[in-house]
Design a protein around this ligand. Structure first.
Ligand code: CDT
Length: 325
């Protein structure tokens, strides 16, 4: 039996600091209604979809920081979204800031959840690649303090859901080949990614004009090289004076874009995704079992950064041809 899943991109326009959770949840519900009318099985929302992107501010007061976090999911503010999901029979993937309790300690994560058509939370993911900086850097036009506010997650898991193998990642994760490959090695067929990407990248302003190109480049490569669908969904537009890219898109295992948003506002785009279309890539060009050479990839897990030997020579040198042969 063919395995089709209708995936909706639930792009959000900006959320200002004064916007309440209730107002945002109303917008999420409206997007879900539109997605349902278009035949969606699942709607994917952005990273940190319940509030403004607060890591742009240096905040010292713990209570103020915690005001952007959820201590339970669902909670009073998000319950209407879960109720609507159950009523319409539409699953969703939602990003939010999570204040967790671990061994009696409070831990802050950048989290996403996968929720099924009965509104049950099937899986939770903690963002692994937490970008930005830890301390206040006044030279920047705005801060990117994710490293201050979030502890990194520790793994990329996958979940059997919606008739296939689903994975999640968040924003900066999409730029890293390892994100997709670790899920690819677990047979992932659909990777759901929410993001908030400011157009301006303070340490590398030369990249500003390339931000939409890099968005597509990363996700299209991840899809193709692992024979998986990828759904990338933005929170877009000018939030508290900071412009973020849109560019939400749905990518086939061929690397081709099959649906995309065209605004920087609340918008739904949808496509029918054939999960069996992954196999033509997973069984041929990217047949991992047949073609991967893990013995040659040791440095990837042994080392974090670029390293040379103490004498400056490469760790793995390509030998010069033997002059006698
Ligand atoms: N949210 C997030 O991860 N944003 C980053 C911005 C650049 S890093 C300062 C991203 O990779 O899109």
């Amino acid at each position: 039996m063919a395995r089709f899943v209708n995936i909706a991109l639930g792009q959000l326009g900006p959320i200002q600091r004064s916007d309440t959770r209730a107002e945002v949840v109303l917008r999420l519900c409206q997007l879900m209604r539109e997605a349902h009318a278009l035949g969606a099985d699942l709607i994917v929302y952005p990273e940190l979809a319940l509030t403004t992107f607060f890591p742009r501010w240096y905040i010292e007061d713990a209570a103020e920081i915690n005001s952007f976090f959820e201590t339970a999911m669902p909670n009073a503010a998000t319950q209407p979204l879960f109720d609507l999901a159950r009523q319409l029979g539409v699953g969703f993937c939602l990003g939010y800031a999570e204040l967790a309790q671990e061994n009696g300690e409070q831990v802050r994560y950048n989290t996403s959840i996968l929720v099924d058509k009965q509104a049950r939370i099937l899986a939770k993911y903690h963002k692994v690649h937490v970008p930005g900086h830890t301390e206040h850097e006044p030279w920047r036009r705005f801060q990117h303090l994710e490293k201050r506010y979030f502890r990194p997650g520790r793994h990329f898991g996958v979940t059997q859901a919606f008739g296939g193998v689903f994975g999640m990642a968040l924003c900066n994760d999409r730029r890293w080949a390892e994100t997709y490959r670790v899920m690819g090695l677990q047979g992932v067929e659909m990777v759901l990614i929410g993001y908030n990407t400011p157009v301006h990248n303070a340490p590398a302003p030369q990249h500003d004009d390339l931000s939409l190109f890099h968005n597509r480049l990363s996700m299209q490569a991840g899809a193709y090289q692992n024979g998986t669908w990828v759904a990338g969904v933005a929170k877009a537009g000018i939030e508290e004076g900071v412009d973020s890219i849109g560019g939400s898109c749905l990518i086939a295992p061929s690397g081709e874009i099959v649906a995309a948003c065209i605004t920087k506002a609340d918008e739904v785009a949808i496509a029918r995704c054939d999960l069996d279309f992954c196999a033509i890539y997973k069984k041929t060009t990217f047949n991992f079992d047949l073609h991967r050479q893990p013995a040659a990839y040791g440095l990837i897990v042994e080392r974090k950064g670029e390293t040379l030997a103490a004498d400056g020579s490469p760790l793995v040198a390509n030998k010069a041809p033997d002059s006698s042969s």
